[in-house]
Design a protein around this ligand. Structure first.
Ligand SMILES: *[C@@H]1O[C@H](CO)[C@@H](O)[C@H](O)[C@H]1NC(C)=O
Ligand SMILES: *[C@@H]1O[C@H](CO)[C@@H](O)[C@H](O)[C@H]1NC(C)=O
Length: 313
């Protein structure tokens, strides 16, 4: 026998389920290529760089300027191309993440943000022809879907030079390739290449009694592009990316000092709701620093901070 109250309760429940379903559907599936989903939050990016990125005064300044300049122009002349250099743990991936978060509502998970890792996506040298084709097809396809697409190439030092050449046509000033306009796209290249030079320079500055904050971009820039160009292990090698000035910015990421590692630890603790200044220095001290005597720079930047914090909480 059908009880009236029971029936109504069923209807209400069913309605609720349908409503929830529609809600989740619309929430998760309608990211679109428009201002509602893609717009640069300059203030947010500035704030993140100031409070969440440590020891990178050059990178934060250059990237902010570059991004503001290129993304606020309604009609840019070429895609924005940045090459980020430094050893792991210095914040290259983190900066890309912050940039994505302050440009796309969905951050790195946006369907308009594409991350390629040499060892994951293009592992076999013998398949290079297919990789080249795929990559060109993907870039063309995605930029057709959304001009403001972001492509992040991680592990550039492990990327086959042929692959880089495949991207080249998209980076240029030409307004159209195959009737697709690439000038609103963003290309970010991450690599360790040049990291040794950057670290050497930073160490000598610190040894001479100056602070790393005194280092200027010009001290590193030229050397960096030369090193990248000369290094046969670098994916840039033999490509004309550099010769033809297709990269707008070479951005050095400096090695981190004890005080920066302290900041990383503090931020990690705060993100877990822990406020315990007493333990910050203890955890920061548990990382490895060089040179052996002076212990000025962290070997792995802030990379192992999370796992060290895990040991305490
Ligand atoms: C967009 O790029 C992804 C790889 O990130 C690829 O799988 C997909 O097929 C591309 N979409 C189009 C329309 O080409
Ligand atoms: C790069 O190579 C050129 C010529 O082969 C050489 O003159 C230059 O010193 C090299 N630069 C670096 C930074 O190794």
């Amino acid at each position: 026998m059908l009880n009236g109250g029971y029936f109504i309760a069923m209807l209400v429940a069913l309605g609720g389920i349908i409503y929830m379903g529609m809600f989740t559907y619309s929430y998760f599936s309608c990211e679109s290529c428009d201002n509602e989903w893609i717009s640069l939050d300059v203030k947010g990016l500035e704030k993140d760089f100031k409070h969440r990125l440590f020891g990178q005064h050059i990178a934060s300044e250059v990237i902010l300027k570059a991004v503001k300049g290129s993304l606020s122009t309604p009609d840019p002349k070429k895609p924005l191309t940045m090459s980020l250099h430094g050893h792991s743990g210095t914040g290259k991936n983190f900066v890309s993440q912050l940039l994505a978060q302050n440009l796309y509502k969905n951050g790195l998970t946006s369907q308009y943000v594409h991350v390629f890792m040499a060892t994951l996506h293009f592992p076999h040298v013998q398949l290079i022809d297919q990789y080249q084709n795929d990559l060109q097809k993907w870039i063309r396809g995605n930029v057709t879907l959304c001009p403001r697409s972001m492509f992040i190439f991680d592990e550039m030092d492990k990327m086959h030079p042929g692959l880089i050449n495949a991207i080249k046509p998209f980076l240029d000033y030409t307004s159209e390739v195959d009737k697709v306009d690439y000038r609103k796209a963003i290309f970010i290249f991450l690599s360790n290449t040049g990291g040794d030079k950057i670290n050497e320079h930073t160490l000598s500055v610190l040894m001479s009694g100056k602070t790393s904050e005194s280092i200027k971009l010009s001290e590193l820039e030229e050397e960096l592009s030369m090193t990248v160009f000369n290094n046969s292990n670098s994916g840039f090698w033999q490509t004309n990316l550099i010769q033809t000035n297709l990269i707008d910015y070479f951005i050095p990421f400096l090695p981190l000092e004890f005080k920066h590692v302290m900041s990383c630890v503090r931020a990690e603790l705060e993100s877990r709701g822990v406020k315990n200044e007493g333990i910050v220095a203890t955890i920061a001290s548990s990382l490895v620093y060089y040179p052996k005597e002076e212990k000025l720079l962290s070997v792995k930047g802030c990379k192992t901070v999370v796992s060290k914090v895990n040991l305490y909480f």
